[in-house]
Write a protein that binds this ligand. Structure first.
Ligand SMILES: C[S@@+](CC[C@H](N)C(=O)[O-])C[C@H]1O[C@@H](n2cnc3c(N)ncnc32)[C@H](O)[C@@H]1O
Length: 505
């Protein structure tokens, strides 16, 4: 086939570090006669050495590939294939190209928790082989690539070159608008690249394993009443952990800050630093504030009397009790948490709340935020504080929020989010996961998932107070993350606390 007839195909990912590079490598090596292959990232951050190694094992050298943005290539593409869900959800506009989605699992995320490269490599090899199988078989010369793309893609209007939905309302925000990624989990139902039920089962097992690690960590925190008491008792902090420290002990430990709160402050001091008033703190039952928050969602929720509120990842019930006082006797607050010890603790705290306020309007339900034990269209306001980052399936959480809200219902979420992708060393750190940093999404990924779920009037406001607090207080997790960043970088260059508000149309 003459060069002019070859299709110019772009493989698009977020970091252009791993999956898109593998796809470009295989396309060049195996389909060079039909495909002029390129790869790019919405937020490129250099090649992943384990991806280079995995490709080297099958005789393909990608070490000389560049990691770059699409516009740096200077080519107009015939076909754009998004190979990760963040690029899929963001779906930058390529006016002359057809776009299809074949999401593959993220090897660095799969390898989170691997003790060394040898434990990580099987994940890279598995994804590499899936990418190879796709590259070998996809029909670049299909008579109507659009038809092929629509079969593969479930992202709806605005993506895949279909008529673009007006997103202008969601663009009126103070943060950079470019959609980027690197840590989002795969939205359920976007398994075009590995659509067998076995792949689904394996994905669910991975998600369960991550949830279990997080649950184990928070069970320990619930048992001690705060992460600080916990960190000072049975488990060593991260800096002191050594080869003898078992991985399960690390999984259970919030030895530093993040959601676990800075190491050097009390829960009350942390809450004051992130905006809780003295009267709010005085009004909640003792023990409900465990220093696990990173924002103050009831302050941005505009709660009114009689409203029904659901708190995702309620912990000891801290925000539920503040919300309960705001919605009053005829309102209702339902706290959801997947950690039985947290639910028990929160329920124990209810008696103090009833005695103090006279309201019997707060309850706690055991459940996962990806599968909420709440009826459809029954809720006025969903709040959450430092929890969404912990979910292994954030797209599903946003769909659940959308499901349970009444039309006109509102969301007020505080969370940690990323301003740029974290280095792989931080993303793979389990302590940083339980500490609410490693699982955090890019700000624009969060926006894309909420929008994709159907929420509108999205407002995302980055707040520096929480990270500033960790900086000022020389928090151990903060220091550990700094050590893994490029020289001179600050955690606040990467991580921010974020307030998200939105409305269900
Ligand atoms: C950082 S703490 C925040 C607790 C509370 N929102 C606060 O501010 O005090 C995270 C809580 O979310 C819960 N959690 C984490 N992942 C969850 C999930 N997938 N489903 C339900 N609860 C989850 C944990 O058990 C823990 O209690």
């Amino acid at each position: 086939m003459a060069a002019a007839e070859r299709k110019r195909v772009l493989f698009l990912c977020t970091g252009n570090s791993c999956r898109s590079q593998m796809a470009e490598g295989f396309a060049r090596a195996l389909r060079g006669a039909a495909i002029d292959a390129y790869s790019a990232g919405t937020h490129p951050h250099g090649l992943n050495p384990l991806a280079i190694r995995a490709m080297g094992e099958v005789g393909i050298d990608v070490s000389t590939h560049a990691s770059r943005r699409p516009e740096e290539i200077g080519v107009s593409f015939d076909l754009v294939i998004t190979v990760c869900d963040s690029a899929h959800d963001a779906c930058p506009v390529f006016p002359s190209a057809h776009v299809m989605h074949v999401g593959f699992d993220d090897p660095p995320r799969l390898a989170k928790g691997a003790r060394d490269d040898e434990e990580a490599m099987p994940h890279y090899r598995r994804v590499r082989d899936e990418i190879r199988a796709f590259i070998e078989s996809f029909d670049v010369n299909a008579s109507d690539p659009r038809e092929q793309s629509l079969k593969a893609c479930e992202c709806g209007p605005g993506c895949c070159g279909a008529p673009t939905e007006d997103r202008s309302e969601d663009r009126a925000v103070a943060l950079p608008l470019e959609i980027a990624g690197g840590s989002a989990t795969r939205p359920a139902g976007s398994l075009a690249g590995s659509s067998s039920s076995a792949a689904r089962a394996s994905q669910q097992a991975e998600q369960d394993a991550l949830r279990n690690q997080v649950r184990e960590g928070y069970a320990r925190i619930a048992a001690t009443g705060s992460w600080a008491a916990f960190a000072g008792s049975s488990l060593p902090n991260a800096a002191a952990s050594n080869a003898a420290t078992t991985s399960s002990a690390q999984n259970a430990c919030c030895a530093g800050g993040g959601c676990c709160g800075p190491a050097t402050f009390t829960p009350e001091q942390l809450a004051q630093a992130i905006g809780y008033s003295t009267s709010e703190l005085a009004s909640v039952p003792e023990g409900s504030n465990m220093g696990l928050s990173c924002g103050n969602p009831t302050a941005i929720a505009g709660l009114r009397a009689d409203e029904v509120v659901v708190d995702l990842g309620a912990g000891g019930g801290f925000d539920c009790f503040i919300a309960g006082a705001k919605v009053g006797a005829r309102g209702r607050v339902i706290g959801i948490d997947m950690t039985p010890a947290m639910i028990s603790k929160a329920r124990t705290n209810v008696a103090g709340y009833v005695a103090q306020t006279g309201f019997n309007n707060v309850e706690f339900r055991l459940g996962e935020i990806e599968h909420l034990p709440v009826a459809d269209a029954s809720v006025d306001v969903v709040i959450s504080n430092c929890v969404l980052n912990l979910s292994p399936d954030k797209a599903q959480v946003w769909r659940e929020i959308m499901r349970i809200l009444k039309p006109g219902g509102r969301v007020a979420v505080s969370d940690l989010a990323l301003l740029q992708p974290l280095p792989d060393a931080v993303r793979a750190d389990l302590e940083a996961l339980v500490g609410c940093v490693a699982g955090a999404m890019l700000v624009d990924e969060m926006r894309a998932l909420a929008h994709h779920a159907g929420l509108r009037q999205l407002r995302l406001e980055a707040k520096s107070d929480y990270i500033d607090a960790m900086t000022d207080w020389q928090d151990p997790l903060y220091l550990k993350i700094v050590a893994a960043l490029p020289a001179g970088a600050r955690v606040s260059d990467f991580v921010t606390s974020l307030n998200v508000t939105a409305v269900k149309p």
